[in-house]
Design a protein around this ligand. Structure first.
Ligand code: AKG
Ligand code: FE2
Length: 314
């Protein structure tokens, strides 16, 4: 097969540089091809910007307003917030958790009272081929103040809109194949659709274990000359944020993703935001959103974060 070294003429022709030819994130937009937001730009100046930001993402100031997810509007000053992909939006927050917060969350795996280990984790994917081989723990709301407080401060949503906090461990060889995070219609009665996925990498992973998006590109080409797939490398304390459905709950199929096979241990914290208040099952025993809210509020005070909005389900 021929090795394409350049983007197809049709795509290249549609790249716009903005009025002054100034290189900004907008320069990467290919009209009508929303998901190819990070192609190698045709213009030299834009290539510089692209290379500089690839991997670590672009500052939010470079994201055109129409591509800022509704949940992040007015909240772009969050420390460490970067854009990896505009449409569909994929953002990261480096340093979302401190090293200490990573450790305290990871340690929950050893606490059977606070964390319940599931043999078979709940996956809702419509894809029959989906397989997950990692281990999942469900964490009591009141034992995840770092996660709930930081998530509520980032997204401006109350604690009762979040699903049970989870902890996931991949050992070498373990993976989670292509899937959607959106839940099936039969489960929408509880809290509506999942409108945001927030996962926090709890340790550094040198090789393997990326979170990969099948249909999104990060720019540049691989050894075969094919456009590179967007894949986020786990970095201790880094959060990954994307939107399995839009703000109205319509699933976004472009967010199909996977946890690639781990080559070393990989730990993540996992949290899903729902459209409406979500009622947890009583697992682990004694889990309580109200106590979780109080714990998150105390954490927010201690770390001078914006406190979570009041619970709606009260
Ligand atoms: O492990 C990852 O990188 C992705 C995990 C994931 O997609 C999930 O838990 O739904
Ligand atoms: Fe997922």
């Amino acid at each position: 097969t021929p090795r394409p070294t350049r983007w197809p003429r049709s795509a290249r022709g549609a790249i716009s540089m903005g009025s002054k030819g100034k290189s900004s994130f907008a320069a990467y937009t290919i009209s009508g091809k929303g998901s190819d937001i990070f192609p190698l730009p045709a213009h030299r100046a834009a290539i510089q910007v692209h290379k500089k930001h690839k991997g670590a993402g672009c500052p939010p100031s470079k994201a055109p307003a129409e591509h800022v997810p509704p949940l992040l509007r007015g909240r772009l000053d969050a420390r460490g917030l970067r854009v990896l992909h505009l449409d569909p939006p994929v953002w990261i927050v480096d340093g979302f958790f401190s090293a200490e917060e990573c450790e305290s969350y990871r340690a929950l795996a050893e606490d059977a009272q606070r964390a319940l280990r599931l043999e078979q984790s709940a996956t809702f994917s419509a894809s029959t081929a989906t397989a997950r081989t990692s281990a999942t723990w469900f964490i009591r709301y009141q034992d995840a103040p770092q996660l709930l407080a930081r998530a509520a401060a980032l997204l401006g949503r109350p604690v009762d809109h979040f699903e049970e906090p989870q902890l996931v461990r991949y050992e070498p060889g373990q993976r989670f194949t292509w899937h959607y995070d959106a839940i099936p219609p039969s489960m929408l009665a509880n809290g509506g659709q999942r409108i945001a996925t927030l996962l926090v990498y709890l340790n550094d992973v040198e090789t393997g274990g990326c979170t990969a998006f099948r249909d999104l590109r990060e720019g540049g080409t691989d050894g075969d000359g094919q456009p590179k797939r967007l894949a986020v490398q786990p970095k201790k304390g880094r959060a990954l944020l994307f939107f399995p459905s839009d703000a109205d709950g319509a699933p976004d199929e472009r967010t199909l993703h996977a946890g690639e096979p781990a080559k070393e241990d990989k730990w993540i914290a996992q949290l899903w935001l729902h459209e409406k208040p979500y009622t947890p099952a009583n697992l682990p025993m004694g889990t309580c959103q109200r106590e979780g809210d109080a714990a998150a509020r105390a954490f927010a005070k201690e770390w001078q974060l914006e406190p979570p909005p009041p619970l709606i389900s009260e």
